[in-house]
Design a protein around this ligand. Structure first.
Ligand code: PLP
Length: 448
């Protein structure tokens, strides 16, 4: 008998963000096909994909139009680069469309193959910008603890994931991290409003400690995704904007998860009125059908790079890849034609908020929050109301039970998170919420 897929996988495949040895012992789940909001595994189970893959399959699985766009482009021009002075229709079309959807002061885009490459590009642009402005000493970038900006060396360094920083020695120099606006986890001794102000004040304190003339940029996600679907208190972003306005510091808003409708606007920056200088994008740009990312560049930075920069020695073989660009363009067209973003804002987001918040009555749930189509449940010990002992790994237990119940829900510590495809229906939201409750009930039963 030929070896099974899990056996071959175990023998040869090193998975991202995976304990290689533990995977060898436990074996992997083989996903074979998918449609709409459902994925299927090799053992015949159907699961509601509450995470849209990795926060990316915004239009859901099995969209024929995207497959056709890829096939047509592959026949027409499967590859050509955008280096030097060449371009092709999909890259031009996508650049034009993105700049039309982005805030009005963003009129240029630099294409990459992923969100991590987008953040590498951000760092190179930030440094180049300040050098061209005659301030090469402006080198420090302030990020946030528990922020996620990718897995390349620059992405990891900009992010504030402690476990990533613990592996592999020093990252990129001149990057520092301030506290995150995570009220449930770190601020419950204050009102959310006061805590939001305190987190913004921490940025100002760090700017002053570094010397305001040395700080180049602040980078943050509008809502922290991988950190645990952390929606900042309402006071946070206005206060951060006020701090940054006092000093000459660029604002980088990482839209890799929040962009393209996740929060009910085309970009989280629009929801929070952020007017960023640079916006890294990826994931929902192509609904994850093909790898593509980019950096939308505001006029302030673009004008300097264009007018004063000369050649920018930076780029990727797959920057603006024609097939990826054609699929991304078609993806954005469909989102516009079907009014996907408006539906998340006016209908699906409010509906999820109502249904998801009902889970707050569960004894294991300390908080149930959502915004647009992103949600989180904070698991707490019902006997104390506080966090469980980390060693119990209750989040991981709940995640595994959730899978067994037929729902892909992810765990970040003891925070359960969801981010379903933006084409989910009311009935499927009902199903998601009832599967989540089933998973919570079974988790509580196993713990008792
Ligand atoms: N930025 C954010 C906010 C992300 O969530 C991610 C991935 O999850 C990235 C950047 C990195 O993107 P990629 O995995 O495409 O490199």
């Amino acid at each position: 008998m030929p070896p099974s897929l899990p056996a071959l996988d175990r023998a040869h495949h090193l998975h991202p963000f995976t304990d290689f040895k533990a995977l060898g012992e436990e074996g992997s789940r083989v996903i074979t096909h998918a449609e709409g909001v459902y994925i299927h595994d090799a053992e015949g189970h159907r699961l509601l994909d509450g995470m849209a893959g990795l926060w990316c399959v915004n239009l859901g699985y099995g969209r024929r139009e995207l497959v056709d766009a890829a096939a047509e482009q592959m026949l027409q021009l499967p590859y050509y680069n955008t280096f030097f002075k060449t371009t092709h229709p999909p890259a031009v079309g996508l650049a034009e469309k993105l700049c039309r959807l982005a805030p009005a002061h963003m009129n240029h885009v630099f294409f990459t193959g992923s969100g991590s490459e987008a953040n590498d590009t951000v760092l190179r642009m930030v440094r180049r910008y300040w050098a061209l402005r005659g301030k090469p000493w402006k080198q420090w970038v302030i990020g946030r603890e528990n922020g996620y900006h990718g897995s390349t060396l620059a992405g990891m360094s900009l992010g504030g994931m402690a476990l990533m920083h613990e592996q592999g020695g020093p990252g990129v120099p001149c990057i520092t991290h301030v506290r995150q606006p995570y009220w449930f986890g770190e601020g419950r001794d204050q009102s959310p409003e006061a805590f939001g102000h305190a987190c913004a004040a921490a940025i100002e304190e760090r700017i002053l400690a570094l010397g305001e003339e040395n700080v180049a940029a602040f980078i943050a996600e509008p809502v922290q995704g991988a950190g645990g679907a952390i929606m900042p208190p309402a006071s946070y972003w206005p206060a951060v904007k006020a701090v940054l306005a006092r000093y000459d510091i660029l604002l980088v808003v990482d839209e890799v998860i929040c962009g393209f409708g996740r929060l009910g606007e085309w970009f989280g920056s629009v929801l929070y009125d952020l007017a960023p200088d640079l916006m890294p994008i990826a994931k929902g740009l192509s609904s994850g059908y093909l790898p593509i990312g980019g950096v939308l560049v505001g006029d302030r930075v673009a004008d300097t790079l264009i007018e004063e920069g000369g050649e920018f020695f930076h780029g990727f073989t797959y920057s603006g890849h024609p097939v990826c660009a054609a699929v991304a363009l078609r993806n954005l067209e469909i989102m516009e034609e079907e009014g996907v973003v408006e539906r998340v804002r006016d209908d699906l987001g409010p509906y999820l908020a109502r249904r998801w918040s009902e889970l707050a009555d569960h004894p294991l749930v300390g908080e149930a929050r959502s915004l647009g189509l992103m949600g989180a449940l904070e698991l707490v010990d019902p006997t104390t109301g506080g966090r469980f002992d980390r060693a119990l790994a209750v989040g991981t237990l709940c995640r595994d039970i959730s899978f067994a119940c037929g729902l892909v829900m992810r765990s970040v510590g003891d925070t359960m998170i969801i981010s379903p495809p933006l084409v989910i229906t009311h009935e499927q939201i009902d199903e998601l919420v009832s599967l989540a409750r089933e998973a919570l009930d079974e988790t509580a039963r196993r713990l008792s």
